[in-house]
Design a protein around this ligand. Structure first.
Ligand code: NAD
Ligand code: IPM
Ligand code: MN
Length: 351
């Protein structure tokens, strides 16, 4: 199968880690007989400052019609303080391509990387299904009497039955396919009664269709604590947009940090976007310190999405072997730079 891949490095460390992800995933794809052709796009803060838009009109439709996937780095640049370009580009992709599943696996590869005492790979192995098109991210809000003592700022969360149901169903379907025991739904229905009662009701109804999967609920505050104290309780965790954002960084912390946390913004069967969970990390951009493993593992998720689980596994196994060998960047206790980690991963994928 041949697929076109749109590569968008973005800002800060985005282009650095994406370059390594592209070469490692490209090599694994080739070995598995998956024919990928990569096309790079310059969308970034620089592009926005030059052109006044984050991405040209019509480009998402082009991606949707002609591309198998988007390999994305990160956005975030202090010259665009309101993140206008990032909203057009990243939230734009999520909304315009209707990438309703933000799949964020949390998988500890070795106990050394876990800050929790006595926890190992069997304990920290869960998958977050973050709803990716609704909630507080829809941009419904406003400011009144701005700059006065009577200022009002509003940001409204939007939840639809359709949007809630499809992400919950995706979580259960994943659990069935991947032989996971349970699905936990996390919300804040005790405080946000209108929106999250819909989540509770929908969860109960969908869960009833999957009697073989244990279904349970935790308020998001308790879920955060449980992820730290008893991460082994979680298999599949489904939650709304903002809670999923926060819990996935917490999860990243359990598996070695943001340098290792991968994600896929997915609409099954359609052009989807794969990116590390981390941002543009301006504090280390250009220093070579960026760990490309999160981007590489995101590219592995892309290979899986494009129909080559064996290529995805080859990449993941290379990362596991490389962490075990200590061929890693400073965030994981090593002394290699971003390019060196990419080169060694490439050698492992080709071995
Ligand atoms: P960040 O994820 O960029 O960085 C947080 C910390 O983790 C920093 O100390 C950074 O050096 C470290 N870090 C992140 N990725 C790393 C890697 N691959 N290897 C080693 N260390 C790594 O979060 P932030 O500092 O809050 O945000 C910076 C900018 O990125 C902001 O503009 C923010 O809005 C944006 N952001 C974008 C995305 C995205 O594009 N998906 C995600 C999160 C944040
Ligand atoms: C993420 C990021 C984004 C989000 C930001 C950059 C808008 O934190 O992908 O996790 O909140 O979704
Ligand atoms: Mn985030």
């Amino acid at each position: 199968m041949a697929h076109k891949i749109a590569v968008i490095g973005g800002d800060g460390i985005g282009p650095e880690v994406t370059e390594q992800a592209q070469r490692v995933a490209g090599a694994a794809a080739k070995r598995a007989g998956l024919d990928l052709s990569f096309n790079s796009f310059p969308y970034s803060a620089d592009y926005y400052l030059e052109h006044g838009v984050g991405i040209e009109p019509g480009r998402f439709a082009d991606f949707r019609a002609n591309y198998g996937a988007i390999l994305f780095g990160a956005v975030g640049d202090k010259r665009v303080p309101d993140m206008a370009h990032g909203r057009q580009l990243l939230l734009g992709a999520r909304f315009e391509l209707d990438l309703y599943i933000n799949l964020r696996p949390i998988k500890l590869f070795t106990p050394d990387l876990c800050p929790l005492k006595g926890k190992g790979p069997d304990d920290v192995n869960m998958v977050i299904f973050r709803e990716n098109t609704e909630g507080l991210y829809v941009g419904v809000g406003g400011q009144v009497r701005r700059g006065t003592d009577d200022e009002i700022a509003m940001q409204t969360a939007v939840y639809t039955r359709r949007g809630t149901e499809r992400i919950i169903r995706a979580a259960f379907e994943y659990a069935v396919k991947n032989e996971r025991k349970s699905v936990c739904m996390s919300d804040k229905a005790n405080a946000m009664r209108d929106g999250h009662e819909l989540w509770q009701r929908t969860f109960k109804e969908v869960a009833a269709e999957y009697p073989q999967i244990e279904a349970f609920h935790l308020y998001v505050d308790v879920a955060a604590m449980e992820m730290v104290q008893n991460p082994e309780r979680f298999d599949v965790l489904v939650t709304e947009n903002l809670f999923g954002d926060i819990l996935s960084d917490l999860g990243a912390g359990l598996q070695g940090g943001l340098g290792t946390a991968a994600s896929g913004n997915i609409h099954p069967g359609r052009c989807s976007l794969f990116e590390p969970v981390h941002g543009s990390a301006p504090d280390i951009a250009g220093t070579g310190k960026a760990n490309p493993m999160a981007a590489v593992l995101s590219a592995a998720m892309m290979l899986d999405h494009l129909g080559s689980p064996e290529a995805a596994l080859r990449v993941e196994n290379a990362v596991i072997a490389q962490i075990a060998a200590g061929d890693v960047t400073v965030d994981l206790g090593g002394n290699l730079n971003c390019v060196e980690v990419g080169e060694r991963l490439l050698a492992r994928v080709l071995a």
